[in-house]
Design a protein around this ligand. Sequence first.
Ligand code: ADP
Ligand code: MG
Length: 464
Amino acid sequence: MEIVSALRVKSLYKIYGNRADKAVELLRDGADRDEKLADLPVTAAVVDANFEVRRGEIFVVMGLSGSGKSTLIRMLNGLLTPSYGTVEVDGVDITTLRPSALRKLRREKISMVFQHFALLPHRSVLDNAGYALEVAGVPRAERRERAHEALRMVGLDGWADKLPQELSGGMRQRVGLARALAAGTDIMLMDEAFSALDPLIRREVQDQLLELQADLGKTIVFITHDLNEAMRLGDRIAVMRDGRIVQIGTAEQILTDPSNDYVAQFVADVDRTRILTASSVMERPLGVVDVNSGPRVAARVLRETQTSAVYVTGRDKRFLGTVTADAATGAVRDGRQNLQEIVSTDHVRTVADDTPVADIFAPCAESPHPVAVVDADGRLAGVIPRVTLLSALGSVGTEVTGEPTRPEAAGGPGAGPAPAGTDGTTTPAARTPDPAPAVADTATPEVPAQVMADPPLRLEGEPA
Ligand SMILES: Nc1ncnc2c1ncn2[C@@H]1O[C@H](COP(=O)(O)OP(=O)(O)O)[C@@H](O)[C@H]1O
Ligand SMILES: [Mg+2]
């Protein structure tokens, strides 16, 4: 079944300046475009953007200041007209709509929350929350009801009669959120909506958004220059650089498999333990035996693998527990035939494959043998020895060295030297039980100067 997209962007360009058409032509022609473009009085703010936003997902667009995020998001609701390309909202190309139709679209389908969204200082919180509805001509009673409902959702119903100045910064931002919610549109665009908040308040508002989203299932395009915010909120993240989208993927994909050095630099200092999950650090278990195979087989596998426990699976590869060397040799000695009797879960902890690495440390410490990782159906997906977990942790904040470190994948089809700048990030992926062949990445060899100087995205101040 085809996934229905709420938004679909194709070959989208926005060039500021007089010779926009010429610039698009040059850019579409390809090679040494930047050189040619230098002669034109233009700024290529968005270049050849292509993506779809799925219904109900939070799609984050992340990039440094000036990378084109605001320009991009403003084309999604027709506030800016593209220089080239199409934007489809629910299957309708909005780039050809007349101004009145665009206003209707913004009222009914796409609302927007800005960083410095203007709360009206002399009007109540309730009126502010219902402002978009007022502009849209919704009758007063209905407006108030919907605004109250939206305030309730963001936990501010008790503040309806207050003025904005009586609220804290975080609460004011929640009024902005309520305004977008009251509009009742399925699609919400949020341009740096939380960027002006201090970190703790910001965290709260992020949580609130995620909570609301779990209930409401809106389609959200969320712009941020903060990597951690992107990773926290985004179902998928598009990374922008100089007007181009350089990678689209889940937080985990971007961490474990950055498409080039630039992205790798961005993610170098993210808290991996929150993003990486059990499935991205687990290894293939050395000794696995079927429960029907008997103690003798278990003892042999233990000898061959020189491990102190084998992992036992039953029907459909479901994980049943471990058999230790002591138990296996004892059973063989006693002439027992049945492995079922000596399988135990006493010596191993089990975690789900989507457990964040941060939450695996405790089970790992308690587990005498490598932690067992199971999938949603209870099948044994892999194991995590303590040393693996520690080395995954060790890759946090690892500097780019350019050393190829994809030992297991190195011989696979299409494998080449690992791309520079991915050392710590790709190692866990390469350790998965079924490693995908490493794709020889044509990573750009040069690392952008400003990224070298200021690795974290957060360092870049946003213009007010
Ligand atoms: N109205 C405009 N006229 C000319 N250049 C602009 C205009 N708006 C933005 N730009 C330029 O376009 C580029 C992208 O800007 P913007 O979309 O605001 O990026 P971001 O939101 O990622 O900071 C920047 O180089 C910016 O200076
Ligand atoms: Mg911006």
